[in-house]
Design a protein around this ligand. Structure first.
Ligand SMILES: Nc1nc2c(c(=O)[nH]1)N[C@@H](CN(C=O)c1ccc(C(=O)N[C@@H](CCC(=O)O)C(=O)O)cc1)CN2
Ligand SMILES: [Mg+2]
Length: 288
């Protein structure tokens, strides 16, 4: 088998085009423009790239953006004060704090301080709880939402009843990906570092979603022939003396056995940013 490549760049362009059309319509009606506030603490190079891309996509879709760059030694209190101001500002509809945060700041405390209505990352405990309860109007985390859109695009109605195995149990990807596919009537298993015979469980999957952060961990012997494989990993490695970006899946090996697979780069990553803008529009519409 030679897997179909699920093109995250092409699909994210479709999502962004829909957002752009909706923003144009809002502007044509003379309404306030949707606005996203982005907070970056410190100088992590990857985070700087992601934030730059988020701001660039805001501009491309017509969404207004406000950027706050804070020094790496910013105190938790200062960040919480900024969030309180933005929560109270009716001209700001979405707020995101780029993760990871420096060690002196408690990530959970910061996430919980964002107004759930403006939480375009879908990380707030209230939004996580609503997702768990099956509330379909809730803001959901961007990466798992991107995965779901890719699965719907690839499988359509036949997504129902499929066995999804999610590798990784993070709050940001693994758990919400499991809940979102459960909501689509999939049979869902989460596996992780302590799972016994993890390869055998993964081999049962019709759909394998891998989000562990370990370069090329999933080989062909983890995958049932014909499975759909979504690779959420982004790992910077050195190969033949050159820097290279690889996923958590051994792409060449798994593409020869899967029916469809996401590449890295150009797979799930671009969908994350497109879904952020989609969520910003949703937050705006729900605040009107
Ligand atoms: N507040 C948040 N922080 C973080 C999130 C998040 O959703 N919200 N996710 C990740 C980082 N992230 C977005 O913030 C993100 C990561 C990767 C990509 C992406 O498009 N990747 C490209 C490769 C780019 C590269 O060269 O590194 C790809 O896969 O094609 C977009 C967004 C952690 N923090
Ligand atoms: Mg092996």
């Amino acid at each position: 088998m030679n897997a179909k490549v699920i093109d995250g760049k092409a699909l994210s362009a479709e999502v962004l085009a829909e957002v752009t059309a909706s923003v144009s319509e809002i502007q044509a009606q003379g309404l306030a423009t949707p606005c996203l506030a982005v907070v970056l603490v410190g100088e992590d190079p990857a985070s700087q790239v992601y934030v730059r891309n988020k701001l660039r996509q805001c501009e491309a879709t017509g969404i207004r953006s406000v950027e706050h760059r804070l020094a790496a030694d910013t105190s938790e209190a200062t960040l919480l004060e900024l969030l309180a101001k933005m929560n109270a500002d009716p001209a700001i509809h979405g707020i995101l704090v780029q993760l990871p945060l420096p060690a002196q700041i408690d990530e959970q405390k910061v996430i919980a301080a964002i107004d759930p209505a403006k939480d375009v990352d879908g990380f707030h405990p209230e939004n996580m709880g609503r997702l768990l309860a099956g509330d379909e109007s809730v803001l959901v985390p961007c990466t798992p939402l991107g995965c779901l859109l890719m699965l719907k695009h690839t499988l359509g109605d036949s997504l129902k009843g499929k066995h999804v195995v999610v590798v990784g149990r993070s709050n940001i990807v693994g758990k919400p990906a499991a809940l979102l596919t459960l909501q689509q009537h999939c049979t869902v298993t989460i596996v992780h570092s302590r799972t016994q015979d993890i390869e055998a469980v993964c081999r049962q999957a019709d759909i394998l979603i891998v989000a562990v952060g370990r370069a090329e961990m999933v080989g062909a012997d983890w995958v049932k022939p014909g499975a759909v494989v979504l690779d959420v990993g982004i790992n910077r490695v050195e190969r033949d003396g050159k820097a290279k970006l690889v996923g958590d899946v051994d792409y060449a090996a798994v593409a020869s056995i899967a029916s469809a697979i996401t590449p890295v780069p150009g797979g799930v990553g671009p969908m994350t940013i497109a879904c952020l803008l989609r969520n910003t529009l949703q937050a705006y519409q729900q605040q009107r």
